[in-house]
Design a protein around this ligand. Structure first.
Ligand code: FMN
Length: 296
């Protein structure tokens, strides 16, 4: 069974895989490596500290590839003036895929569609998925329990088919997908794309510090803590970056969230090596075919 879906073909991707946007650590080098490997790379607009930097990143990328990539706009976490300026740059550079999170996607959908762009919106439940569907988004990212970053509470075994059965737009599965076997499972659950963050922290191109990448390889899923005491919203973090005496009811003092307290999801379970993105994608594709072969 080829590793391809109607949505991946519509987007012009070789494989139905997204390297999900990650605050601070996704960068233009990842977007380019993903484009060359046939998957969709995504970066939060805010990873470019200034508007000029976002412009120069987009120019850099446009000069090197005509393949699709995505920019993520974190609606309520971004200063409104900066947000609107980011949107204008996405229009100017004809960014093919816009990913909205943490807010109402309606105004972004209209502007993206006027430029022929595709919009995905991420949710952790059906209620928000339905609202985003009404706003006209082209796909819903279902963020399950165990995802890196802000994660939901529902197991993907429930969330992904639930979204699929109750929506008319394609569903994208997120949360603890790090191997080809997990991609096969996600497609079986009804997803048309998989959205993978944690696996790509441990990539050569990722902007994370070496110690962070190595910790993703060395940590087990039991060492991921789900708490709202660090960023105000429930998210998953590496236990090893929290003070030893930390308890889930306390906000750790002093440490900078995301910069010193590092996020990753249950998907650390299957990650053992820091590899170039091209090699990660080759492995995922091979593992997917091996998994499918065991089922047929
Ligand atoms: C370090 C880190 C930072 C993240 N930052 C963002 C972000 O800025 N915007 C966003 O929409 N999602 C963010 N996410 C969530 C990812 O886009 C994605 O939903 C998640 O990584 C998928 O789960 P996985 O890590 O288990 O593969 C982040 C995740 C991680 C691990």
């Amino acid at each position: 069974m080829p590793l391809s879906t109607p949505l991946s073909r519509r987007l012009g991707l070789r494989y139905p895989i997204v390297a999900a946007p990650m605050f601070i650590i996704s960068n233009k080098e990842m977007l380019l490596a993903c484009a060359e490997a046939g998957i969709l790379g995504a970066m939060p607009s805010l990873n470019a500290r200034t508007l000029d930097k976002l412009r120069s990143d987009l120019e850099w990328l446009r000069a090197r590839t005509d393949k699709p990539f995505a920019i993520n706009m974190t609606i309520r976490l971004t200063d409104p003036e900066r947000l609107m300026a980011d949107v204008a740059l996405c229009e100017e550079f004809e960014v093919p895929v816009w990913i909205t999170s943490y807010g109402n996607p309606t105004p972004f959908v209209q502007r993206a569609h006027a430029k022929g762009a595709t919009v995905f919106h991420d949710v952790i439940n059906l209620k928000h998925a339905k609202k985003a569907e009404s706003a006209g988004v082209d796909g819903i990212i279902g963020v399950s329990a165990g995802a890196g970053g802000h994660a939901g509470r529902l197991t993907p075994y429930a969330l992904i088919p639930y979204l699929r059965d109750n929506l008319s737009v394609p569903v994208i599965a997120a949360g603890a997908i790090s191997t080809g076997r997990q991609i096969a499972a996600s497609l079986a659950l009804g997803a048309e794309l998989v959205y993978m963050g944690t696996r790509f922290i441990a990539s050569a191109e990722c902007g994370a510090q070496d110690g962070y990448k190595q910790m993703v390889c060395d940590s087990g899923p039991e060492e991921i803590v789900y708490t709202d005491k660090i960023s105000g919203v429930h998210a998953n973090f590496l236990r090893r970056t929290l003070p030893e005496d930390w308890t889930p009811d306390r906000t750790p003092e002093g440490a900078k969230r995301w910069k010193e307290i590092w996020s990753a999801g249950h998907g650390v379970a299957e990650i053992t090596d820091i590899l170039p993105i091209e090699r990660i994608v080759d492995d995922l594709v091979r593992e997917y075919h091996d998994a499918v072969a065991t089922l047929t």
